[in-house]
Design a protein. Structure first.
Length: 326
């Protein structure tokens, strides 16, 4: 039975990846950082019906000793480094913590794998945010980076450390440059989930308006369930490499609002209000990924349309609110 260790196991991608690996017969271990609200930490795993099937290991990405101990105990075949301070807007409020977790945390994990599990295959969760102020209209593995937030700067460090450990030590270390991906398990602070939850609340009479930031930003949005398959495929290749994972379609936040509200029979323009509090000090205006390499080498393609995904998210949020009302 192959063994996988996932950092960020309590997050959106950690939950879907755990489900995928359990279905494939893996023994799945998750790095869990201690929290005072213990009863809600595996909420996403419970949603997918896999709570209790992932073995939780007590540690933290900023504590190298905990990572070494866990790797010695687990002896994983594959390590997926998904843990991060992942909310871009918060990275301006907590820039140094973001650096410690998102950048140095990945460095810690690479170092721990090199020292304690050198034969394990390693996946780094890199991000399209690294392209930032875009240098080419469609971004591929060859497009230069220009990070626009402390989060993106931190991800760039983690990305290049992954490349460097592969080249320096011959590690099987791969980096997935994933464009935005969403699901009913997306954190409520991210724009798609904020909108699907807002549309559901307004439909049910629980709210009357939705304050938003920049409606003109464009993103290439896919489904997290599809994207975790690409992570796994990267680690099944004979040689490690970097891959863009994207749908190849970009849509404005405004259009995404229209899709979500129209699903519940409402006109978004009546409810969505621009509020400067949700604007960012620097914006990534548009992202659009070219996943040709992933398609040709991994045989991967995005399967879920934006419309189907937003519909699934709105339905899930309606169900959540209805359950609370009972
Ligand atoms: P989430 O924000 O949902 O999950 C982040 C995870 O990181 C949580 O499990 C969190 O644990 C964990 N974490 C945070 N700090 C630490 C720490 N100090 N030590 C250990 N674990 C920690 O992110 P997603 O699932 O959406 O994304 C997964 C990864 O992919 C992230 O690295 C993200 O930056 C990256 N990414 C995401 C994209 C997306 O569109 N979703 C696109 C490209 C990259 P806790 O529950 O305790 O907070
Ligand atoms: P992003 O995702 O910053 O791309 O990072 P987010 O959903 O937060 O923002 C996307 C775009 O929407 C605009 N926006 C708003 N965003 C939020 N959160 N709230 C709002 O009210 C709002 N109004 C407009 C933003 O300005 C932005 O342009 C996500 C994270 O998952 C990262 O970890 C990951 O690396 C990247 O995707 C790829």
């Amino acid at each position: 039975m192959p063994r996988a260790l996932i950092t960020g196991v309590t997050g959106q991608d950690g939950a879907y990846l755990s489900q995928l690996l359990l279905d494939k017969g893996y023994e799945v271990f998750g790095l869990l950082r201690r929290s005072s609200s213990g009863d809600v930490i595996d909420e996403r795993l419970r949603w997918l019906g896999i709570a209790g099937k992932v073995r939780m290991m007590d540690g933290n990405l900023i504590d190298l000793s905990s990572l070494l101990r866990i790797l010695q105990e687990v002896k994983p075949d594959e390590v997926y480094n998904l843990g991060a301070q992942s909310f871009v807007k918060t990275s301006w409020n907590q820039p140094l913590l973001t650096g410690q977790v998102t950048a140095l945390g990945a460095g810690n994990m690479l170092e721990a794998v090199r020292l304690a599990a050198p034969d394990a295959r390693f996946y780094q969760a890199s991000s399209s945010e690294m392209y930032g102020l875009i240098q080419e209209p469609i971004q591929s593995e060859k497009t230069p980076f220009y990070p626009r937030s402390p989060y993106a700067v931190a991800k760039l460090y983690a990305h290049w450390m992954t490349v460097n450990y592969r080249e320096s030590f011959g590690m099987h270390a791969s980096s997935g440059i994933l464009f935005n991906h969403e699901s009913p398990l997306r954190g409520i602070e991210f724009v798609t989930r904020k909108v699907t939850d807002g549309a559901a609340r307004i439909k049910l009479g629980l709210a009357s308006a939705l304050p938003m930031g920049n409606l003109d930003a464009k993103r290439d949005w896919g489904h997290a369930r599809d994207y975790v398959k690409a992570m796994w495929l990267m680690l099944q290749q004979e040689t490690p490499d970097d891959y863009v994972v994207a749908t190849g379609r970009t849509v404005t936040v405004r259009d995404m609002c229209r899709i979500a509200f129209s699903h519940v029979g409402l006109d978004y323009e009546e409810f969505v209000k621009v509020d400067p509090a949700f604007m960012r000090p620097a914006e990534v205006d548009v992202l659009l990924g070219d996943a040709t390499k992933a398609r040709e080498k991994l045989g991967w393609t995005a399967e879920t349309s934006l419309e189907d995904m937003i519909k699934e998210m709105v339905e899930a949020d309606l169900a959540r609110h209805r359950a609370r009302q009972r």
